[in-house]
Design a protein around this ligand. Sequence first.
Ligand code: ATP
Length: 292
Amino acid sequence: MSKSNPIITVIGSINMDMVTTTVRVPEQGETVMGECFRTMPGGKGANQAVAAARLGAEVHMIGRIGEDSFGKELQSHLKKQNVNVDGVEPVTDNHTGVATILLSERDNRIIVSAGANDDVTPDYVKRHSAIIDRSDMVIVQLEIPIETVECVTGYCYEKGIPIILNPAPAHPLPPAILDAVTYLTPNEKERDELEIDRVTYKKKLIITLGEKGVSYMTDEQVEEVIPGYKVEVVDTTGAGDTFNAALAVALGRQKKMKEAIQYANAAAALSVQQFGAQGGMPTDDEVRDFLE
Ligand code: ATP
């Protein structure tokens, strides 16, 4: 039966992005004055959870934060965005994940300190498996330990629960993971870095091509590209996160693959028209209006 609000569980990272904008980034040993500083909720897991909730899904997040002010802020932010955070527990001996981002017109430098995201262990996720069992779709990325990704994909495979692995940031993937996932959604660069055997895994691969759109394999085993929408781009950060969340929501609503990709392509095109990863994430009505 088609559900308008499928249950989506996102297992992944929760970060605070600390963004400093500067005319130019400093050389070794140099100090420069920045232009502006702001903190923004981020982490691929949290971004995808927020995007799916905005599209109307019942979203459950499994992740970890530190017992610090960023952790509290991020947890209440997720709640405000209608993400269920029963699976987001603080750790006492680690800090909330942070991304330190230096942005200039020419450069974009990022350091991610995983902190509590490293404590999203297989045992931790198993403790929250009841919600996974009830899910229409599970999404996972690679900002948590790889053994957890392996455990989750294996668990979902055994239980017959569809799971999307967004292999970002790129990391070598053992065959156990590749065999167990239902869908794999690299961008072009990740696809090349992962060296995925495209023949063996062709039915699972949905490759995002930035402004060029999305490539996937049809039921007739023909590679098809669904072109991207021509839109005014403000900031493409989080386009991939919106795409993955929207794909999960549409597939959770039992849409056919092509229709689900078209929906996700539209959602991601809307997301690039505003600043920040979570800034432009659209609602279901906005995506439907755009598609009409
Ligand atoms: P990011 O890391 O910036 O969040 P990504 O590298 O994971 O994104 P992309 O392939 O760049 O993923 O983009 C994901 C999807 O977002 C694309 O398949 C497309 O649907 C949409 N998209 C990205 N950039 C544009 C753009 N400039 N115009 C229209 N749609 C875009």
